[in-house]
Design a protein around this ligand. Structure first.
Ligand code: TRP
Length: 367
């Protein structure tokens, strides 16, 4: 009888900073929905500290401090340790071992062509000084995913090349050694605005160094201040001027966050976002009004997250305990995959009685 294929999620984040609303609409919110859908047999959410160290080797304290930040962000968004296994990458040494074997299946030029790696090398000015560990992190990411036999990887758009590379590794492995690994599918947000939320300054990416993020852990006041200072259409100078919604960060955020019920609650003059956009484009609708509405919408989304965060902040040792238990469970699963991989690669010498017996006979005959 053929076993029905299990549906398994693995995803994660580097602990290099607090998570922001871009992470939230791009992936976190979806993870919680998937978790609560009951459609998955297993869900693994990983804090990728080992990967964070590939370009922060000289700053381990930063990675260490941000583990608890990311864990709190996860838990406060509604990831539930009773339903999802939350764990820390470095605590599952099997992942490193798998990476080492996968390295044989990937060429240097293939890594050089990975668009995400290329882009990150440029951003970090690594050029001639690329740490090998950083260069090979797509391989380690393939280990993260395959160790849990993940079928589904919910991530942001920037991670697409990583999943593609993982799929290639899986196909090579299975072709050479036999079907031991599962080829994962990527799951991207279906709302276009959520694919890449710009910074509050309109820059394409939210980043700590640009100081243009709204963090999940920001206070109500901080969020309000940031939203009221957001860039809009630079040509929309007077209220009566026609405004542009295309590429306007305030409207991109509204596309990502607002639902029709928000209008009933916060802005009953309009039925939906299309009506607001039409008015803005005609002229006569000021930025401040739109920002106030956006603030109400975002605050209503962040409010329950903040409340849960407060609870977990009261019991930090418990959060570490959740991560420790998750890591123990994750290691068990990864160890099974590693055993399968080693058997497929024929490096399971001591488990293979047939091998020992046949070698004994071979040398016995020579006597
Ligand atoms: N690269 C991801 C990021 O930058 C983190 C990550 C590591 C990850 N391993 C993963 C994501 C495996 C999905 C699957 O946030």
């Amino acid at each position: 009888m053929e076993e029905t294929k299990k549906k398994i999620i693995l995803t994660g984040d580097r602990p290099t900073g607090r998570l922001h609303v871009g992470h939230y609409v791009g992936s976190l919110k979806r993870r919680v929905e998937l978790q609560n859908s009951g459609e998955f047999d297993d869900i693994f959410i990983m804090i990728a500290d080992a990967q964070a160290l590939t370009d922060n080797a000289d700053n381990p304290e930063k990675v260490r401090q941000n583990i608890i930040e990311v864990a709190l962000d996860y838990l406060s968004c509604g990831l539930d340790p009773a339903k999802s296994t939350l764990f820390i990458q470095s605590q599952v040494p099997e992942l490193t071992e798998l990476s080492f074997y996968y390295m044989n299946l990937v060429t240097v030029s293939r890594l050089q062509r990975n668009p995400t790696v290329k882009n990150e090398i440029k951003m970090r000015n690594f050029e001639a000084n690329i740490p090998v560990g950083f260069f090979t992190y797509p391989i380690s990411q393939a280990a993260d995913i395959t160790a849990f036999k993940a079928t589904t990887v919910p991530v942001g758009e920037d991670q697409l090349p990583m999943i593609e590379q993982t799929r290639e590794i899986v196909r090579s492995f299975n072709r050479i050694y036999g079907e031991a690994l599962v080829e994962p599918d990527v799951l991207l947000p279906d709302n276009k605005a959520c694919l890449r939320l710009p910074g509050i300054d309109g820059k394409a990416k939210m980043s700590k160094s640009l100081n243009n993020c709204i963090y999940l852990s920001d206070s109500e006041d901080e969020v309000k201040k940031k939203i009221m200072s957001m860039f809009t259409d630079p040509n929309h100078l007077r209220v009566e001027d026609p405004g542009c919604v295309e590429g306007n960060p305030v409207f991109i955020y509204l596309d990502a966050f607002c639902r029709d019920e928000h209008f009933e609650k916060f802005w009953p003059e309009y039925k939906n976002l299309d009506e607001v956009k039409a008015h803005y484009m005609r002229g006569g609708l000021g930025d401040v009004k739109v920002k106030r509405f956006l603030n109400n919408v975002v605050q209503s989304e962040l409010e329950p997250i903040r409340a849960r965060r407060k609870e977990y902040e009261k019991n930090i040792p418990e959060v570490y305990r959740i991560l420790q238990e998750g890591s123990i469970r994750a290691e068990k699963v990864a160890a099974q995959t590693l055993a399968d991989v080693k058997a497929a690669m024929k490096i399971n010498y001591f488990d293979d009685q047939e091998l020992i017996q046949s070698q004994a006979e071979r040398f016995g005959e020579n006597k």
